[in-house]
Design a protein around this ligand. Structure first.
Ligand code: FAQ
Length: 312
């Protein structure tokens, strides 16, 4: 058996691939691409919600939102660490984000216009993220799989807080109900796009399934999400903005309307409503932190020089 066959055999036998194991270069590159884009999504994903921390309507809501946004930072850090084990540095990954070479999830290029958007993000965006990430706990690359276990635990709290926020609004005044429905209307279709292009337009799915990086295809996960949310929305007494959404007894799934893929590719290509704002915020944060990095490096160098002198 050659190296590549041996590698595939391990994957087929559900043996985790670890950083020091031999792996095909394309497997390494696929993982670097997916894990780093996932990390960037967590970090950029802090921005739309962070925007509402100062305006949360109560101390309880503020404490929950701060905790959630901090969790997203933590997820980004676990993921950057997992990607580093594949031989890419954190600085390189940041550079790829700042220069637009690396993508991050399309969903975070939409604005958070009202407080109800915070609930819609928790319920729909975290809901979609969990469905995608639970299978990633069994992904073939060990460090990615282990990072996902903790991330999923935290994401399920995120989804519940979002649903609870919307449930409160849905039982409130007419204005609150209207705000709740409006947020659901705006976030529904972009949430469906989070799962990526249809399987027949997804260049990476087939190979990633063979390597067990992905356990389900984009369309399979999207359908699971639609089936789940179409039931949960009834509890909120709200509706989803899709006239074609209908239970199909034969398929045992909900049928749904057409996704606007033109909009998806525009957003992915940098032309969404908030792309520039999001990337500028990240680039500014990096530039503003320059003095901290310099100070930390100077301190580390000084400490090392002292240790070297003492050792001599
Ligand atoms: N946005 O062939 P595929 C979160 C790109 S975390 C932008 O299907 P693949 C937590 C794709 O990169 C959300 N680009 O690719 C949170 C590829 O381009 P490339 C992030 C997208 O990798 C909640 C091209 O299209 N989650 O939300 C998108 O097999 C609340 C062709 O696509 C993850 O990253 C998109 N939506 O499947 C944080 C999960 N979809 O790279 C804060 C891990 C596709 O060739 C607040 N990632 N593209 O230039 C994955 O599961 C996969 O990478 C997919 C895409 C499913 C996203």
């Amino acid at each position: 058996m050659n190296l590549e066959e041996n590698f595939q055999q391990k994957v087929d036998d559900e043996i985790k691939i670890e950083p020091k194991d031999w792996m095909p270069e394309k497997y390494r590159q696929t993982l670097i691409r997916q894990i780093s884009q996932h990390a960037h999504s967590e970090i950029v994903g802090m921005l739309p919600e962070g925007n509402w921390i100062t305006r949360a309507p109560s101390l309880r809501r503020k404490a929950i939102l701060i905790a959630k946004v901090q969790d997203e930072a933590g997820h980004g850090l676990y993921l950057y660490s997992a990607a580093e084990t594949l031989g890419i540095s954190r600085d390189e990954m940041y550079d790829q984000l700042h220069t637009g070479k690396a993508k991050y999830s399309s969903i975070f290029n939409y604005p958070t216009l009202t407080w109800a958007d915070i609930g819609a993000i928790g319920w729909l965006v975290d809901g979609a993220a969990i469905l995608n990430q639970i299978p990633l706990c069994r992904t073939s690359f060990g460090p990615y799989a282990r990072a996902m276990v903790r991330v999923c635990k935290e994401e399920s709290f995120h989804q519940r807080q979002g649903f609870e926020l919307l449930l409160t609004l849905s039982q409130g005044t007419e204005a609150q109900k209207k705000m709740c429905q409006d947020a659901i209307n705006r976030w529904w279709w972009p949430s469906l796009m989070m799962f990526g292009p249809n399987d027949d337009a997804s260049p990476h799915t087939a190979q990633s399934m063979k390597w067990k990086i992905k356990r389900f295809t984009n369309d399979e996960l999207r359908q699971k999400f639609i089936d789940m949310i179409a039931e949960q929305v009834k509890v909120l007494n709200m509706t989803l903005p899709d006239d074609e959404l209908k239970w199909n007894e034969e398929r045992k799934h909900y049928d749904f309307g057409k996704i606007n893929w033109e909009e998806f590719w525009q957003v992915v290509g940098g032309n969404g409503p908030c792309n520039k704002q999001r990337l500028d915020a990240r680039k500014n944060a990096w530039a503003d932190g320059e003095w901290v990095r310099e100070a930390a490096t100077a301190y580390a160098e000084k400490k090392l020089a002292k240790q070297t002198t003492n050792a001599a």
